[in-house]
Design a protein around this ligand. Sequence first.
Ligand code: ATP
Ligand code: MG
Length: 564
Amino acid sequence: MSKPEPSTTTNFIRQIIDQDLRSGKHGGRVHTRFPPEPNGYLHIGHAKSIVLNFGIARDYQGLCNLRFDDTNPHKENIEFVDSIQADVRWLGYDWDDRLFYASDYFQQLYDFAVELIQAGKAFVCDLDSEQMRTYRGTLTEPGRESPYRTRSVEENLDLFARMKAGEFADGERVLRAKIDMASPNMNMRDPTLYRIRHGVIHHQTGEAWCIYPMYDYTHPVSDALEGITHSLCTLEFEDHRPLYDWVLDNISIPSHPQQIEFSRLNLEYTVLSKRMLTQLVEEGFVEGWDDPRMPTIAGMRRRGYSAASIREFCQRIGITKSDGLVEMGMLENCIREDLDAHAPRRMAVLHPLKVVIENYPDEKSETLTTSNHPKDETMGVREIEFCREVYIDRADFREQANKKYKRLVTGGEVRLRNAYVIKCEEVVKNNQGEIIELRCSYDPETLGKNPEGRKVRGVVHWVSARHGIKGEVRLYDRLFGKADAGRVDEGGRFTDNLNPDSLRTLTDCCFEPALGSAIAGEQYQFEREGYFMLDSREAAREEPVFNRIITLRDSWAKIDKPGG
Ligand code: ATP
Ligand code: MG
């Protein structure tokens, strides 16, 4: 597995860390964390955060923890816990023995909440959620204090203990911080710290707890308990930072990590909201979380993207505070550059048309040797079989065409790549007038050299009809047809933006024999067609199934630009 490379570019977060190291803040240490909620699979947006957090730890000789933010048990499960670990590892990162769960801290979180109550900084509130909303006020009007805010410490301690003991129903009571109902920051208007959730079995703690701490309370405490120095999160948490700091300033914990926000990744032609991705899976718009069209790490891995190219993309987009939509072309360029350099070349015919070479002896066949990569000799050579019957692609033949058509025409000549020049002598059709076969001749003097005194139109790829392997190809394209895929028109759904042609399946393809030993994880360029990889989920099938990773060139560049 490829190892992450050191980052060569700086960003505003690294500059803050440099400054902190100079001033000795946080004891000269760097310790970050990646804190996913196990309520879905990781996507390319998470990759940005992973590369940032683990990359900083590595470049500063620090540490990065993996921590599951698992305080919302009804949406979380163990499948997500497992897939997240597999995906972070596959991306090339390791948390050693520092795998944590926020639920590891449920007892400590409870004890700190008791401290807050004892200090008169938290109270049990009986308002229901509707009343809470009206009491909270608006951005322009201050909120009103809950009538329960003046409960005595003793009463609060008693009620909180009974909440934990399961005496109250869901929603009947919550624990709230006592901060400031007039604060211009809504997050500081006595935010909820704990809520009651009966009847869910938590994937880590089972039925031990029926009260669960809120994210805004759990996160700072977990960070501090783990000795995190820099807690990096996305911009929507900027307004939550005063609460993050308030929590740490009001409990007896010496460490105080620094929260720093950066902009989240938004990518054209896809969605990176877990709610939407969950919907695509649950409503069957895709095959699953690892559908090769999904922007998930699992989907990209199955599609054939390498971990190195995903990391490279995350480096190129950089870390800033300004939100925007990153061009899909950026990601695709990283994928293509990586594949162009590393993928061995092979030949595969996706829409086969039989060619019979009439002057080639029926019983003969030849083993030809050809290079695996035109620019990289170290990738070696392979053998291909040539005989009287080969397939070419239907798109590489026309009965008539002008000079611009660089492929085979009736009476014209083309080179079969890595082999001989052939000439089309006759077109065979069925009763419906469809072309079913070409009768050709070959020039035995053209192996590895050009014919004398005449020009051939071009070069086409081919596979021996007798030696080739039959199989399936899945042509994947962008999942959404609209750049701003999450934007919904009045009365519409985001799924209206799906690209109806994001998957086309070809079942009658023919692959050169060397592809018989292909395994999932090895990417190939099918010459003139694109980059492909064996589908890991179909490995048990007798006939191979290849996924198209990406086309050779960007065919979308001129089509659907944002606003165009
Ligand atoms: P949710 O809506 O479920 O909270 P989330 O996208 O915040 O979804 P988390 O599992 O909480 O998902 O995210 C884990 C970490 O990854 C967080 O630190 C979050 O900021 C970061 N992250 C999530 N999405 C992106 C994104 N699109 N770009 C950059 N970082 C992201
Ligand atoms: Mg989140």
